[in-house]
Write a protein that binds this ligand. Structure first.
Ligand code: 4NP
Length: 145
């Protein structure tokens, strides 16, 4: 799961997806395309909205997306078009580029997960609900594979 800062959207996506799948099935992780918040906890508003939904993301720490992620992961879900362009820009071959998926494509919608950082709690609720819907579909696919 990849966003810009790895403190709002992608840690929520990581926590939500992890909560929906069997522990042994897959490794779920998240990262940011920028390094501003490396080592930081998720934004307190992200921690709060996750907690209200019985998901603990308070122990996660931000890291920057790195080239090795193309090797370690089969799928790289990005939250918006900027994330998509930034991550695709680091791919060195077609196989790596083919792993990068705009996460809202899972819903067959021409959309993206909006950045709630400069918004309010209602924006975090919207992001949570959108990611919850998408991650349920991803989890269903994983569980039936
Ligand atoms: P995220 O949100 O990409 O969902 O983690 C942001 C977090 C921090 C900043 C921007 C977006 N920032 O500019 O510091």
């Amino acid at each position: 799961m990849v966003c810009l800062g790895n403190i709002c959207r992608s840690p929520l996506a990581e926590g939500i997806l992890r909560s929906k799948i069997s522990k042994m099935k897959v490794t779920v992780d998240s990262a940011g395309t920028a390094g501003y918040h490396v080592g930081s906890k998720p934004d307190p508003r992200a921690i709060d909205i996750a907690k209200k939904n019985n998901i603990d993301i308070s122990t996660l720490r931000a890291r920057k997306f790195e080239r090795s992620d193309f090797i370690n992961f089969d799928k790289i879900y990005v939250m918006d078009k900027n994330n998509f362009n930034d991550v695709i820009g680091l791919a060195e071959n077609k196989n790596e580029a083919s792993k990068v998926i705009l996460i809202t494509d899972i819903l067959d919608s021409d959309s993206f997960v909006p950045d709630p950082y400069y918004g309010d709690l209602a924006d975090f609720v919207k992001v949570f609900n959108l990611l919850d819907k998408i991650c349920q579909k991803i989890a269903n696919k994983i569980e039936s594979s």
